[in-house]
Ligand binder design. Structure first.
Ligand code: FES
Length: 189
């Protein structure tokens, strides 16, 4: 019968632990042999305060409806907490979220309706995103309140740096809707 060998067990533990860590790191920070840029893009989108990200600007600059770069300080002198500000820059428009402060949230809400892809409008009076195509409505966090859409509006990552709001076409690591309640929609099923 084969006994337990402590050094073999230790070796296996380090081997398995090392392999899992390597896979996790290569998932978050894929390396290319030609450039460190993809590493920084991911790192600085997820962790903008990291010391390697002091001068790096991830994503693209948010633009207003006239395609003029949005200056964060200028925006925040006019914006009110609860506002949603349309921003161009990514392939489709997104909405910047103005939080208490006021400050710009680290996530934005995609304007792409999850029913068939029309662009939703922000109805500030009703605190709702409204789709002009078939009437879907979403609350101010992008949860469905009226169908036919069934899925939440997607999120993008927003990094505020050097008086710019940078839009990154990927959801933040943590969906703030999971922290502040539920990701469930209240539309009748
Ligand atoms: S595309 Fe928005 S409700 Fe159909």
């Amino acid at each position: 019968m084969q006994g337990h060998n402590p050094s073999r067990r230790l070796f296996l533990r380090y081997f398995v632990g090392g392999t899992v860590s390597t896979i996790a790191l290569s998932y978050w920070f894929p390396k290319t042999s030609r450039s460190q840029e993809p590493d920084l893009e991911t790192l600085c989108s997820l962790f903008p305060l990291n010391s390697r990200c002091e001068t790096y600007l991830p994503g693209v600059q948010a633009l207003d409806q006239d395609e003029v770069p949005i200056g964060v300080s200028a925006l925040l002198t006019q914006a009110q907490p609860g506002d949603r500000v349309l921003a161009l820059g990514l392939e489709r428009e997104s909405y910047l979220v103005i939080d208490a402060g006021p400050e710009i949230a680290t996530y934005g809400i995609s304007s792409v309706c999850t029913h068939l892809g029309c662009t939703v409008d922000w109805d500030a009076e009703r605190d709702r995103f409204v789709c002009p195509c078939h009437g879907s409505e979403y609350d101010d966090q992008g949860r469905v309140t009226e169908g036919p859409a069934r899925r939440l509006l997607e999120l993008v990552t927003v990094v505020v740096k050097q008086d710019q709001a940078r839009l990154v076409q990927q959801a933040p690591a943590i969906d703030p809707r999971e922290l502040s309640g539920s990701t469930r929609s209240s539309a009748p099923q």
